[in-house]
Design a protein around this ligand. Sequence first.
Ligand SMILES: Nc1ncnc2c1ncn2[C@@H]1O[C@H](COP(=O)(O)OP(=O)(O)OP(=O)(O)O)[C@@H](O)[C@H]1O
Ligand SMILES: C[C@@](O)(CCO)CC(=O)[O-]
Ligand SMILES: [Mg+2]
Length: 312
Amino acid sequence: MIIETPSKVILFGEHAVVYGYRAISMAIDLTSTIEIRDIDGNEIILNLNDLNKSLRLNLNEIKNINPNNFGDFKYCLCAIKNTINYLNIEPKTGFEINISSKIPISCGLGSSASITIGTIRTVSKFYNKQLKDDEIAKLGYMVEKEIQGKASITDTSTITYKGILEIKNNKFKKIEGKFEEFLKSCKFLIVYAEKRKKKTAELVNEVAKIENKDEIFKKIDKIIENSLKTDNKEDFGKLMTKNHELLKKLNISTPKLDKVVDIGNRFGFGAKLTGAGGGGCVIILVNEEKEKELLKELNKENVKIFKCKMIN
Ligand SMILES: Nc1ncnc2c1ncn2[C@@H]1O[C@H](COP(=O)(O)OP(=O)(O)OP(=O)(O)O)[C@@H](O)[C@H]1O
Ligand SMILES: C[C@@](O)(CCO)CC(=O)[O-]
Ligand SMILES: [Mg+2]
């Protein structure tokens, strides 16, 4: 059995959402793929194909394992452990899991959450248990919290429910209707501009020291309010750029991110960094009339470009 799971991008509101303001996140068709098959014997074999790593474990170890002792296997192992315990299963036969992913790692697109949700869906289906999305999202959030110490529901909820979510105070509501239809018509480029030099937690802690952050967050919330009312790509792009200008005041952008945003503004409808910042990705709203020049300019910058659309 093979399960494909999306990733996510934050359209507006990163960092503000940590302080109870809202963020808009969107599931995108940049996916991870997880395959599971039963094998003889009483072992679990985990193959991380992109990282060229494999792990063999005895079935009877999984229920009480400390996943944080297993490096890159931690999210997948924690997802297996929590799913088997939640379903109250005594695993009798071994299985092998293969993980591959098109999602660039540790640059704000939720690769860990995609692996986590994909593993929960795969293992529960392997044991013929049909989990509801609410159960999957909750299990996924508990995995990210156990591995990271703390987490918001943004990544795991967006990847579970797909489409567009408005997140506020660790609750979400799905945005459907006109805005969803408008976003479906939009073409985005995710540009992996540069490796993040700091972890999300460090960047969040640095923003905490910015005196006028609340003023900035209120302006971002106003941008979100306006974005939800528009169905015009030029207006939407300008709002993305305005959000980026405000994120720069939080000192979380970099010269490289700003350079890529500037190209996105000149040859697209708008652009902003997405996620924690400090490196990582920029999202650009494509103006299809100028897409060729946009790609030409971006290719001069030694960046990685992903074409993606919203997935529902
Ligand atoms: N292709 C993959 N194969 C195996 N493990 C992966 C893969 N992609 C992500 N992971 C797991 O997720 C971890 C990266 O999670 P991390 O939260 O740091 O980055 P992210 O989820 O991509 O970014 P963010 O959480 O900021 O959106 C990796 O260390 C690994 O444990
Ligand atoms: C910076 C932040 O808002 C988004 C990170 O992708 C942190 C969070 O919401 O957990
Ligand atoms: Mg993550």
